[in-house]
Design a protein around this ligand. Structure first.
Ligand code: GLP
Length: 241
């Protein structure tokens, strides 16, 4: 892994945006893996700024999002589809049909998972996958467990995850109990991965991700097995080699 440390989040957002923009400039029909949560908001803003300056186009780009809540209407402001429209897709020239978010309202979630993976694998692979990290080391919604799933699947959210995400809702009762997420296999299938970690409160889990044992109890630690992972953070951590 390559660790880039930043003094402030503004510089981090700009560098992360520049990395994604450089992928699209080098390959206009790039396949990008997108993430949600508080972490990527700033970097999406920077991407939009660069687009508005006419310096990049997303007309041929395809995107796949990591995950979606199960049972939350797509029109709900906190659905991940709404998040992506509001923070990125509505402000750039990407074609609606090229943006993919798992359908958390599918009647058959298992079938939806298979459909989603087929759509990803039909593209070959994701060129650059953006990831945030949960306080418990989850990526996408792959929660710590004795074993992890390879493909897109339904998960029961840990209470700690619902607790962390309640800030986006009126109360914890409104936070969905389940989600559909890309599996570890599909995530690690990406050619390159950018993990963005913001805030000193995530320093410990980032240290375990970078330096701890590779364990399904810290899903992000599996990133140690991938040959091209860039970590951008404002945390005070070191990568021990
Ligand atoms: C969410 C998402 C993840 C995200 C993580 C951290 O629930 N499913 O993709 O990386 O939790 O979120 P945040 O960036 O808000 O801390």
């Amino acid at each position: 892994m390559i660790l880039h440390k930043f003094k402030n989040q503004a510089d981090l957002d700009r560098a992360a945006a520049d990395l994604f923009i450089s992928v699209v400039r080098a390959k206009p029909n790039a396949v990008l893996g997108m993430a949600t949560g508080g972490t990527p908001v700033g970097l999406y803003k920077e991407i939009v700024k660069t687009y508005q300056q006419g310096l990049v186009s997303f007309k041929e780009v395809t995107t796949f999002n990591l995950d979606e809540y199960v049972g939350l209407p797509v029109s709900h402001p906190e659905s991940y589809r709404s998040f992506m429209q509001t923070n990125l897709f509505d402000h750039i020239d990407i074609l609606a049909e090229n943006t993919h978010v798992p359908n958390g309202n599918a009647t058959d979630i298992d079938a939806e998972g298979r459909r989603y993976d087929e759509a990803i694998y039909q593209q070959g692979s994701v060129d650059m996958q953006l990831l945030g990290i949960g306080g418990n080391g989850h990526i996408g919604f792959n929660e710590p467990d004795d074993e992890l799933s390879r493909f897109t699947h339904k998960v029961t959210l840990k209470e700690s995850t619902r607790e962390a995400n309640k800030r986006f809702f009126n109360s914890i009762d409104e936070v969905p109990t389940h989600a559909i997420t890309m599996g570890m296999g599909s995530i690690l299938h990406a050619k390159a991965i950018l993990l963005v970690v913001k805030g000193q409160e995530k320093a410990e889990i980032l240290d375990r991700t970078l330096n701890g044992p590779i364990t399904t109890q810290v899903p992000a630690s599996l990133l140690q097995t991938h040959p091209r992972v860039i970590v951008m953070t404002d945390c005070d951590v070191t990568y021990k080699v």
